[in-house]
Each structure stands twice: as structure tokens, then as C-alpha cells.
Design a protein around this ligand. Sequence first.
Ligand SMILES: Cc1cc2nc3c(=O)[nH]c(=O)nc-3n(C[C@H](O)[C@H](O)[C@H](O)COP(=O)(O)O)c2cc1C
Length: 241
Amino acid sequence: MAPSAVAFDEGCIVPAALSEEGIEAITAAFVQAAYRSLQAGFQVIEIHAAHGYLLHQFLSPLSNRRSDRYGGSLENRTRLLRDIVSAIRNVWPENLPLLVRISTTDWVEGGWDIEQSLALVRQLLPLGVDLIDCSSGGSAPHARIPLGPGYQTSYAEQIRRETGGRTGAVGLITAPAQADHIIRSGQADLVLLARELLRDPYWPLRAARELGHLTAWPAQYVRAAPPHTPAFLPGAAGIKK
Ligand SMILES: Cc1cc2nc3c(=O)[nH]c(=O)nc-3n(C[C@H](O)[C@H](O)[C@H](O)COP(=O)(O)O)c2cc1C
């Protein structure tokens, strides 16, 4: 299922265009998922509206060719995400963070871009979104993406500066000093790492040591920690058993 019957690339399956009832069912499913997350004890949720997944497909003119109230104008293409955010905010407690990940650009002429992202973020912030996680790409198979250290960070910085909303930076952030600089220089409020954490699951502890922070270690690891390392006890940091 997709907004429109448009295949991602040559040789890919042509999806069926969602009916209005199908769209409503998807909104309800997102709300159910948020509710189950709360019941399961999660304290943060992130709505995935990036990387070519369904909500990004609705945003991008490359994949959304609808002529009803979910397609065409920017207002219409952002409607499903706005509806889902509003509906989730009704079940997700006000004091718990709600994040939205977006692809800030499709990296393709005529696709979703930073200007549309800025407009979207200005719509999302008043609906109770606490942070925009700024990724990119995923909707165009032949997009030319200028990969390099921190290649998406400037979008997090621009969205933060121009909308006043909090942002997260992600993408080829690997060095503690790089992550520290992003936060200190006000480019983003949060740094997210994926592959570097797969390579080095202890990255946060290593980063804390390199940056000279005395960070608590899990109590059962303290015997292996540098001298004077405080123990982290469940409960002390607000984590409920
Ligand atoms: C194994 C793997 C699985 C991933 N799964 C997801 C996912 O489910 N949702 C998502 O938004 N990004 C996913 N990503 C992308 C990462 O969240 C991140 O945006 C991307 O890898 C760039 O950050 P990095 O350079 O720190 O890896 C995945 C990445 C990897 C390597």
C-alpha cells in the first residue's frame, strides 16, 4: 500500500493506492502502537516519517500523486502526518517526549526539500512534537547523496535556527569531539548514532572519558571502571523497575 500506485524503481512491485478508509485505519494503527508503547513502559517515541517509509511517501511529491485531500498541495501532503501526530498526542502523555524523524530532502530536483521541511516543522511544533530528528533520502533510488562526515547536520542546524524547534542530528557522526561540537555550537539538541554504536557499543562511555566527563557506569561494571567512577543504579536516574 502507498499513497499512489507508483513503483519505487524499475522492477519493483507497483503498490496499491490507499483508499480514504485505508488511511484512517493507518492513523488508528499508529495510535494503537503509541498506546501499546506506553503500556510497555517506553518513555520516548519517535514517529518515522523518513527514509521512504509510508509517511515520507505521503510527504514527497515523487511518491504522492493523489488528487484528494491527501495529495497535491503541501498542506494536503502533510495532512496524514499532522493527523497522526495530533491523534498520538491524545494518548501519549504530555510530559513524555514525542519525536518525529523526517527526511529533510529527497536529494532530487522536484522532490521533497528543505523548504518543505521547514514548512512541515512549523506545522508540527504547535501540535506537540518535541524534537525533529533530521535525516534525509530514501524515496528516490538514484538520488546523488553527498555522503561525508555529518552530511545531514546542516539541515538539523537550519531547522533549529529557522523554526526555533529542537532538532536531532544523525548521519556519519562517529567521533566524540564531532558529536560534542554539534551540541556545543547549537547545531542540534541531540546527536544520534547508528553504525558507530554497532561497531563500538561502549561508545558513550569512551566518549565520556575522551571528553573528560565523569559518567556513571552500571553498578555491576564499576569494578572495571576508571577510579572514582560513580555507580549507576536503576531508579536513581528515574528508571522504573
Ligand atoms: C542495521 C541498521 C538498521 C537501521 N534501521 C533503521 C530503522 O529501522 N529506522 C531508521 O530510521 N533508521 C534506521 N537505520 C538508519 C540509522 O538510523 C541512521 O539514520 C543511519 O545509519 C545514519 O547514521 P549513522 O551514520 O550513524 O549510521 C538503520 C541503520 C542500520 C545500520
